[in-house]
Design a protein around this ligand. Structure first.
Ligand SMILES: [Fe+2]
Ligand SMILES: [Zn+2]
Length: 377
């Protein structure tokens, strides 16, 4: 690599030793920034339209930027001032660069992987009056980010009132089951097992959608007082994955790698989606989604099939452990939000009418709202 040193005149100037990067300093912390990125990220009015938060560039300009060199770079107070070899000038806020390069402004809310009793006791119960305010919305969102569960109480047991609460957080996701809200307990015209009265093994919803909903909301509107059973069951899938990793790292790794296909069929619809059971962020190593539904797997054999079955069987075996389960009766007035990329839900068999409503929220809309509320980056 060719060394280039540009010796500048005052003590505020930094030496540039490498063509590829420049060293900067924020407070007492030194860090290195790629030079192409620096030019590519110029926020001057020629390079960035701040009124619509969009870069201004062309294909030719982008290709030119790859070859541009720094003529001078100095740091003054909180600004980085760069003169480029093509005569362009850029000014950057040093904290802005530091936060991006060190991920300093990423979410401080670390997920707490929960046993069943923790799912029932740790999330706060937030009255509806509180969730109408920004602070209450932040509390609800924080609860979802940390525990995968959010609970709102004192809600009128109607579809309309439930939708109003949900819209405090995000807009509903349109799916086959409803353009916004869906109801379960009447004759809905879908053939999913959710609409029957058999027990439901815990699962995440919509493993067969490529846009699998991030959040699912439930509100029991009516329950037959003479009915029996019908308890809702929840398991923290991140906890299951954590246990699997502890007990057998190879099984865990297999389920992050081997892709399986899920499908949903009804007259006029045939959905399929393929992916691993456990999705892991390749940069941070953190689990961000679990796709788990025994019943919605298609017959298509996965690759590395024997490894898959052994690993999946271990995952399923962990679900026999009672301490993972939070069991409760959904009741009118309490709206439950669950992270469908994390929490598994199911229910025991039941008799009598059980009528509830809910909806889905997409990952994009959920995370957008979390950003606007200042909880994630
Ligand atoms: Fe479900
Ligand atoms: Zn510029």
């Amino acid at each position: 690599m060719v060394l280039v040193s540009v010796i500048l005149l005052t003590k505020y100037y930094y030496l540039i030793f490498f063509k590829m990067s420049v060293e900067l300093k924020f407070e007492d912390k030194k860090f290195s920034v790629n030079i192409v990125w620096l030019r590519d990220s110029c926020r001057c009015p020629k390079c960035y339209n701040s009124s619509c938060s969009s870069r201004i560039t062309t294909i030719d300009q982008f290709i030119t930027n790859i070859k541009i060199q720094i003529s001078s770079c100095k740091q003054e107070n909180n600004s980085v001032l760069v003169e480029w070899s093509d005569g362009h000038s850029s000014t950057y806020d040093i904290k802005w660069i530091y936060d991006i390069w060190t991920s300093n402004n990423q979410s401080k809310i670390i997920p707490h992987h929960c046993f069943g009793k923790e799912l029932g006791s740790l999330p706060p119960r937030l009255p509806i009056d509180c969730v109408n305010q920004k602070k209450g919305q932040q509390e609800l969102m924080k609860s979802l980010l940390k525990y995968g569960v959010g609970i709102v109480t004192n809600v009128e047991p109607t579809v309309e009132a439930t939708e109003n609460v949900i819209r405090c957080l995000a807009i509903p996701q349109s799916t086959l089951f409803g353009t916004a809200m869906w109801t379960v307990g009447n004759k809905e015209g879908h053939v999913d097992t959710a609409y029957l009265n058999v027990p439901l093994v815990v699962h995440t919803d919509s493993t067969y959608f490529c846009e699998s909903p991030k959040v699912q909301i439930f509100h029991m509107l009516e329950r037959d007082s003479n009915g029996t059973g019908g308890e809702s069951t929840y398991v923290d899938g991140f906890k299951v994955a954590e246990i699997l990793k502890q007990e057998n790292p190879t099984h865990f790794k297999n389920l992050t790698e081997i892709e399986i296909e899920s499908e949903y069929i009804e007259p006029g619809a045939h959905y399929k989606c393929t992916g691993p059971v456990i999705k892991v962020n390749k940069t941070t190593g953190e689990i961000y989604q679990i796709r788990f539904s025994i019943n919605d797997r298609s017959p298509k054999p996965p690759t590395r099939i024997q490894e898959f079955y052994e690993s999946y069987a271990h995952f399923v075996e962990i679900l026999k452990r009672e301490d993972l389960y939070w069991k409760q009766l959904l009741v009118p007035g309490t709206v439950l939000f669950v992270n469908n990329w994390r929490l598994f839900h199911g229910r025991t068999k039941f008799t009598g009418r059980r009528f509830f409503c809910g909806c889905y929220v997409s990952e994009s809309d959920f995370s957008s709202r979390a950003r606007v509320l200042g909880l994630i980056s």
